[in-house]
Ligand binder design. Sequence first.
Ligand SMILES: [Zn+2]
Length: 202
Amino acid sequence: MPPLAFTYPGGPLVRRHGPSGYSDVQSFRAWLRDEFSFRCVYCLVREQWGKRLGEFDLDHFEPVASSPEASLEYDNLVYSCHACNLRKGKRQVPDPTQALLESAVRVHLDGRLSGLTDDARRTIAVMGFNSANLVRWRLTWMRIIDICQKNDPELFASLMSYPDDMPDLSTLTPPSNARPDGIGRSCYAQRERGNLSEGFIA
Ligand SMILES: [Zn+2]
């Protein structure tokens, strides 16, 4: 079992939302928060671990400098913490929605990561995921989650659950939406229907 807080998704991301036509990148934020389960696609830090203004960025997977035409394409945007966005910068990394999977990244109990595929290994190296600071950060959170799970169920539930301010995507009006059915499968809509699980792992 990988550490609970750092389980990468079980399979490649199949996008459920497809808004388009916005003239500014921030209009995609609500869609991306839901699409990426309110956590950073790279390091898995969660909004619930302390969301502060500016903590999460909308990262252009293909850098704008090399693909200016993709700057407002939803499928080129990923939800990333500010630190990972800075670390990535303009460098090319394999698509994290395809490369950073549970089957491709082994999370060790000492906080280190190892890649089981070329793309995962490359991402870990380029992003500096095994730097001393990041390993210490990961280990700290593994211990916090573990202690809470055993001793503080309320805090555990809070740290591992969805945020209170999930967006109601049905109220948004993008100029067009290639995947409108995804709104009904958003976390907000699932919670309204009472079938959103309490905690979530991936
Ligand atoms: Zn991150």
